[in-house]
Design a protein around this ligand. Structure first.
Ligand code: EGV
Length: 383
């Protein structure tokens, strides 16, 4: 009886997408599942939040396009993206990067076709792309970093979609590889789409992507996201940035969905970006590095437990469990009210590849992270 109940629960769990796993975690203080920032505000960030009523009044008195332009410049400037366009219609502010992605996907789907999508990656990307009727071809992360793509692949797709730094691996597309990839996309008239939602955490992703993209002459979009960096209770912006020659009706489809993002949220993003430029980003990098060390040390010495993403600077950390089942460990942890993310669904074309891995969120306050890791250690010791 007990065994079959457990079997049913695991069967139910196996059908969930990553975000559905994240929903389960939202009500627990020991939520290390989602990749959103949930650590405490720093003292300078808390001062910005204290100033919200004042910001509201000031922002209400300004032209919205000016608020939007300044927020975008502050954020993209912080991350080294100095050559970003800021002309009308080239940067579209959305409520979230998933909304930006949906708008891009719908504009691409109007004329059908296939997309080569990085594998593994967060599963709402394949779900959004498939949801508008596009066919997907997995592009192995390893393959992408090795060298040029197959001409046959480039001839068979309308778009190459790359998450950099990738989620969950943290792997960053180098400037040299981006330049070569953009040249190949230009040659084959393939749209190059980048999702850079995690770039804030990794200085290797702070070279000026827009200079490389603009110089390549390829058709491109970049989806930028402020939502992973700062604990702003889901007040965030996803920007859809595009090349002049994109040739897809993104602005039209944007108009179907949004009039615009909130100027108050844009002003908040600007203030957080300025604070980050003033030392906050370096502090955040130290904070994440410390939490990563805490996870690795907290699980050290356990037989067959390893950390596959040796060089990752991202705000998530994968743990390989050896022969242990990720779903069983996930389920045992739920019993301790600790929520992690099993990795199957990141491997959207071959979920079994994620059978023995968990993802731990690092953008959390130290005390709950330590408590979650103690529980994980106990579960792994007895399994
Ligand atoms: C992460 C979830 C969706 C996404 C979580 C994420 N958003 N499904 N629209 O933001 O790594 O946990 O990216």
């Amino acid at each position: 009886m007990q065994e079959s109940k457990m079997g049913d629960a695991l069967h139910d769990a196996a059908g969930k997408n990553l975000t559905e796993f994240e929903y389960l975690a939202l009500r627990s203080p020991l939520n290390v599942a989602d990749g959103h920032a949930r650590q405490a505000l720093t003292s300078s960030q808390a001062r910005i939040i204290d100033d919200l009523p004042n910001m509201f009044a000031k922002t209400a008195a300004r032209p919205p396009e000016e608020v939007e332009l300044e927020a975008c410049r502050a954020y993209l400037g912080l991350l080294g993206q100095h050559s970003h366009p800021d002309g009308a219609g080239r940067v579209l502010a959305c409520y979230s990067s998933s909304v930006a992605m949906e708008i891009f996907a719908r504009s691409l789907a109007k004329s059908g076709g296939s997309v080569a999508l990085i594998h593994p990656t967060f599963d709402n990307i394949p779900d959004i792309l498939r949801g508008v009727g596009l066919q997907l071809i997995p592009l192995e992360e390893e393959r992408l970093h090795e060298g040029d793509l197959d001409r046959d692949l480039l001839n068979s797709v309308r778009c190459i979609f790359v998450t950099t730094p990738n989620n969950p691996t943290g792997r960053v597309l180098s400037e040299e590889r981006l330049r070569a990839l953009a040249a190949q996309c230009a040659e084959h008239d393939v749209v190059l789409a980048l999702d850079t939602s995690f770039r804030g955490f990794d200085p290797r992703g702070h070279y000026d992507h827009y200079r490389v993209l603009e110089n390549s002459g390829c058709r491109w979009v970049v989806i930028e996201d402020t939502g992973k960096l700062w604990p702003t209770l889901e007040l965030k912006i996803g920007w859809l940035v595009r090349s002049d020659n994109l040739g897809l009706p993104v602005a039209k489809i944007y108009s179907d969905i949004l009039l615009g993002a909130s100027p108050l949220v844009l002003a908040l993003v600007q203030r957080f970006a300025e604070d980050a430029a003033d030392g906050g980003l370096a502090d955040l990098h130290h904070f994440i590095a410390r939490n990563r060390a805490l996870v690795r040390q907290g699980l050290s010495g356990l037989p067959d437990v390893t950390f596959p993403d040796t060089d990752s600077l991202s705000s998530v950390e994968r743990v390989h469990l050896g022969s242990r089942s990720a779903l069983e460990v996930w389920s045992a942890l739920c019993g301790h009210h600790v929520y992690v993310l099993p990795c199957q669904k990141f491997h959207w074309a071959n979920p079994a590849e994620g059978d023995h891995m968990l993802r731990i969120a690092l953008a959390r306050s130290v005390a709950p992270l330590e408590e979650a890791i103690r529980a994980l250690r106990a579960v792994l010791t007895s399994s």
